[in-house]
Design a protein around this ligand. Structure first.
Ligand SMILES: [Fe+2]
Length: 332
């Protein structure tokens, strides 16, 4: 008797970005940046800065340590079955998965978590149950949009974009939202946008066309948070400017998700995109398209200078000498 073909249960809509873990030596600067410039709810516990945006006890964590970089991203799964599926898929691909300990779970504000080494050696972590807090938020913005779409998105530059894409597609059933081609200096950049839920994208992957180079030192190029109102965004922009943080791109609007945002450099070097009102994807009618350029207007570099350009060119050239870590080859 013929057996029915095995159907794969999709995780689309059951995954959202839940927390981000940064390591830095610049705690005073991170405190000022997150609390006074971005306007998040921030408190210090031992050697860790804990930032809240909503009813989750912990969303952005800055730990003491020598790497000025994003160490880990936590993805929240809708239920235990979804988590089991993710862990099984990773094991099937030969990716080592380890259970986090109680101390790590407390740090991240989750009941339990599992972790693997993801693209660019960024730890990718998975959990089901976040710890919530009913303590009133003390922050300068009126609120942040999280919920089923998660806390925002990250953008990653890569020399192995197919493998980075495969990680989110083959493990988490990410869907292709659209693409942007953007000319920067003499280089053409291809950016692919992937979604895990109604948020237009949870991950963006950028690569140089032709000879692939990576001009970015940190594992992520930027992390986005979505504030509730236009006034929240413009007030954050003014605070960042007033406090002297470098605005890498001023206020503008993106071509694909229509989000209004600005980009500010964090104390660890990667950028925070502070945005408002991106579109949500309607699965019944969405078609991926190719957009020319990242912005319909604005997003002008305000504090970007020749030294930044030179540094990026040097890093891009040096990246040719290094290999980039990928957890598995696409399709395997
Ligand atoms: Fe972004």
């Amino acid at each position: 008797m013929a057996t029915a073909p095995e159907t794969r249960t999709s995780l689309f809509g059951k995954v959202r970005m839940g927390y981000a873990l940064v390591e830095s030596e610049k705690h005073q600067d991170w405190l000022r940046f997150t609390r006074d410039a971005l306007g998040l709810d921030v408190h210090r516990e031992d050697d860790t800065l804990i930032c809240r945006l909503d009813n989750h006890a912990r969303r952005l964590l800055i730990c003491q340590g020598p790497q000025e970089d994003m160490l880990a991203l936590g993805y929240e799964l809708a239920d235990q079955a979804s988590l089991d599926t993710v862990l099984q898929r990773l094991r099937d691909k030969g990716v080592a998965v380890e259970a986090g300990d109680a101390c790590g779970a407390a740090l991240r504000g989750v009941e339990q978590y599992w972790r693997c080494r993801g693209p660019k050696a960024l730890a990718i972590e998975f959990y089901v149950t976040p710890l919530l807090s009913d303590k009133p938020l003390s922050m300068l913005a009126s609120g942040y949009v999280t919920g089923e779409a998660g806390m925002g998105h990250v953008a990653i530059t890569s020399r192995r974009p197919e493998a980075v894409q495969a990680f989110w597609q083959e493990i988490l059933d990410a869907r292709h939202s659209d693409d942007i081609e953007q000319r920067i200096g003499g280089l053409m950049l291809d950016i692919r946008f992937l979604r895990l839920n109604p948020r237009h994208h949870s991950v963006a992957i950028a690569c140089t066309r032709g000879r692939r180079m990576d001009p970015i030192r940190t594992r992520i190029q930027h992390m986005n948070v979505q504030c509730a109102t236009l006034e929240d965004m413009t007030a954050a922009f003014q605070r960042c400017r007033r406090l002297g943080y470098r605005i890498m791109m001023g206020v503008g609007q993106h071509t694909n998700d229509r989000e209004l945002s600005f980009y500010v450099q964090s104390p660890s070097g990667f950028e925070i995109e502070y945005g408002w009102d991106p579109i949500a994807v309607d699965e019944s009618s969405w078609q991926p398209t190719l957009h020319q350029g990242i912005s319909t207007w604005g997003h002008q570099p305000l504090d970007h200078n020749l030294m930044d350009e030179l540094r990026q060119i040097t890093r891009a050239a040096r990246s040719l000498l290094r290999s980039e870590y990928i957890p598995f080859e696409p399709g395997h």
